[in-house]
Design a protein around this ligand. Structure first.
Ligand SMILES: C[S@@+](CC[C@H](N)C(=O)[O-])C[C@H]1O[C@@H](n2cnc3c(N)ncnc32)[C@H](O)[C@@H]1O
Length: 273
């Protein structure tokens, strides 16, 4: 009999890592699955946690995983031995999904979340953990900057303030002359709801406050944060997947409504000086 791990030391934002993990597992067992993540299914089975509070699953995290995997694969296709840093990694199994046998990969998360990661995964020379807050500048010195680097933050930056996000991205743009950063965003409306304690995904579970919101139509302003920043891609959650969104899928036909309510996936590039 396998003894399950009860992640009862996780609270607040670290506990949210269980939500995208669950959603990737739920998606994987669908006949029309957008992503295939059998390791997520196995991890959910190995955790003693009430996943029923997350409801029947939400498609957004599967879409995010699929889009971000495609962007990482495209990056590695051009520079196979580059560096990828997964900020706020949680129990993301992306390394297993996209590993090309050459990439140097870092999973960065706060110590309590890295402690859970270490119960399931083993570090190797090419696959390392960094137990730091993304807001602590000390970890940045540990990342090689003699190779192209891609930073990813999936489900992380909205938990910071805009000033903190701006400072983090500016630090990366300053140190890494040849780099990309990709992350997801939520709208100002959804951010305000969460700060008011109203981002409930079921009667039993409400998301923690997410102070940073930005509307899709404002995304070009990210380029003003640092002279090296160029906005490379902005991808909404509905295009290509409208059949999975029910009536809400039509919101994407009304850009002002989409922009004010939904989030997006964004990739920025740091231009060499
Ligand atoms: C919604 S989860 C996303 C997990 C993962 N990226 C995924 O998509 O499965 C948010 C993650 O951010 C991490 N986190 C929270 N505060 C952080 C911080 N200051 N620095 C780095 N990671 C943080 C949490 O521990 C958690 O793993």
């Amino acid at each position: 009999m396998t003894i399950k791990i009860r992640p009862d030391w996780l609270q607040d934002v670290p506990e949210t890592l269980l939500l995208p993990l669950y959603n990737r597992a739920v998606e994987t067992v669908r006949t029309d699955a957008i992503i295939h993540d059998p390791r997520a299914v196995a991890l959910v089975e190995q955790l003693d946690y009430d996943f029923t509070q997350f409801g029947s699953g939400h498609v957004a995290h599967a879409i995010r995983a699929r889009v971000f995997d495609a962007w990482v694969r495209a990056f590695l296709a051009h520079q196979p031995d580059a560096v990828v840093v997964n900020l706020g990694a949680g129990l993301d199994t992306q390394f297993e999904r996209v590993d090309n046998g050459h990439v140097q990969w870092y999973e960065l998360d706060v110590p309590e979340s890295i402690a859970l990661w270490k119960r399931f995964f083993t570090e190797t020379e090419r696959h390392r953990t960094l137990a730091y807050s993304a807001l602590d500048p000390a970890w940045i010195e540990l990342i090689p900057n003699d190779r192209p680097v891609l930073f990813q933050a999936a489900g992380l930056l909205m938990y910071f303030t805009e000033a903190q996000v701006r400072q983090l991205i500016s630090r990366l743009a300053t140190r890494f002359a040849d780099g990309f950063v990709q992350f997801d965003t939520i709208s100002r409306w959804f951010s305000a709801r969460s700060v008011a304690g109203k981002a409930a995904i079921s009667k039993a579970y409400t998301l923690p406050a997410m102070p940073w919101g930005i509307n899709v139509r404002e995304m070009a302003t990210l380029a003003t944060w640092h002279p090296a920043i160029e906005v490379v891609a902005i991808q909404d959650y509905v295009r290509g997947y409208r059949h999975r969104w029910g009536a809400y899928g039509y919101a994407v036909l009304l850009p002002p409504i989409y922009s004010r309510t939904m989030g997006a996936m964004v990739q920025l590039r740091f231009r060499p000086a």
